[in-house]
Write a protein that binds this ligand. Structure first.
Ligand SMILES: Nc1nc2c(c(=O)[nH]1)N[C@H]1C(S)=C(S)[C@@H](COP(=O)(O)O)O[C@H]1N2
Ligand SMILES: [Mo]
Length: 326
């Protein structure tokens, strides 16, 4: 794992030849670096003709990715399942809305604003943040609070590594994440069905857990818009709604932040939202789940405590009443 302790700021300050490479080439080079290959002159020759006009959601290859030991061995859902059955309310509330309505979503250029309890706040260019970051493949279970699930081969960078670059201080007890607010591009933000922009939060220990990643890809390719391009959180032991998409802001806070679904229905959705088969949703059981791709009549499978990640995260909740802190 490598990271630079000095964050590089906006690309306008950088003058080397990589300025001329576009987003997907940065990501591809990061992927190549991750695989241990040398980004040689051959590589650079290979990318010199890159243009920025052909979009990010069209399946650009990230190169060979390092396979994480934190991946599970289960067979992933199909690319089709993962990219056409989505929750991304900004682009519509039906599962089939996001892949149709997010086609022209503009994710380049993209900046991340970092604020709050840290010594390196500022506005960072996405491509600069990715440069020198190690992208790994993480095959994780995804369990939605609506009682369906999938297995997804994400490509992402360690959240702990990313956050440490901003040097959070001792008052940084929580991390608050915010999605882009842009009603011109995100049609549902013109309707008040949720309190926009979508926000989420983690404790600093949750955010720094080795399982927590910032996802930038899927199936070895640049992340499709409907899955939260250009970067989205993935916390696999929590219900899917915690894994906020298309992030533009990270704030280190002293107090526990609210999250969108908690604001919307506080007796149904809490701050923690850990997958827990023993604590039912007020309107349905959480004991079992429907695995997408197994057919409408397939039997539901048992839901696992912390979505099967107890060995990695159970210690974070020692002494916490998980029925009260749902
Ligand atoms: N900004 C934003 N992030 C979001 C959502 C959303 O509506 N808006 N939906 C959440 C829910 S409920 C789930 S289950 C996952 C779905 O991720 P996927 O579509 O990549 O499978 O995204 C989460 N992140
Ligand atoms: Mo969800």
């Amino acid at each position: 794992m490598r990271y630079d302790s000095t964050p590089r700021i906006l690309s306008s300050e950088i003058t080397d030849e990589t300025d001329y490479l576009n987003r997907r080439e940065f990501l591809r080079l990061a992927g190549i670096a991750a695989a241990g290959a040398v980004a040689s002159s051959a590589c650079q020759a290979d990318v010199s003709g890159a243009t920025t006009s052909d979009g990010l959601s069209r399946g650009t290859d990230l190169g060979k990715l390092e396979k994480s030991v934190l991946s599970i061995d289960d067979k992933p859902n199909s690319f089709e399942d993962i990219t056409t059955y989505n929750n991304f309310y900004e682009f519509g509330t039906d599962k089939s809305d996001p892949h149709r309505n997010a086609k022209d979503f503009v994710t380049e250029p993209w900046t991340l604003t970092v604020a709050g309890e840290c010594s390196k706040p500022g506005t960072y260019d996405f491509d600069e943040l990715m440069r020198g970051s190690t992208i790994e493949e993480r095959v994780y279970r995804l369990r939605c609070v609506e009682a369906w699930s999938m297995i997804v081969p994400w490509a992402g960078i360690s959240m702990a590594t990313l956050l440490k670059r901003f040097e959070p201080n001792s008052r940084a007890n929580f991390v608050k994440y915010t999605t882009l607010y842009d009603p011109d591009q995100m049609p549902t933000q013109r309707r008040r069905i949720l309190d926009w922009p979508y926000v989420e939060g983690l404790t600093i220990a949750e955010a720094m857990n080795p399982l927590t990643i910032m996802v930038v890809g899927l199936y070895g390719k640049v992340l499709p818009n409907q899955n939260g391009a250009p970067m989205r959180l993935m916390v696999p032991w929590k219900y899917g709604f915690k894994s906020i998409k298309s992030i533009v802001r990270i704030e280190f806070t002293e107090k526990q932040p609210l999250n969108t679904w908690q604001i919307s229905a506080p007796h149904e959705y809490g701050f923690y939202a850990n997958v827990n088969p023993e604590v039912d949703h007020p309107r349905w059981s959480q004991a079992r789940e429907r695995r997408i791709g197994t057919g409408l009549f397939a039997e539901k499978i048992p839901t696992l405590m912390f979505n099967g990640y107890a060995e990695h995260v159970a210690h974070l909740y020692d002494g916490l009443d998980l029925a009260k802190n749902f």
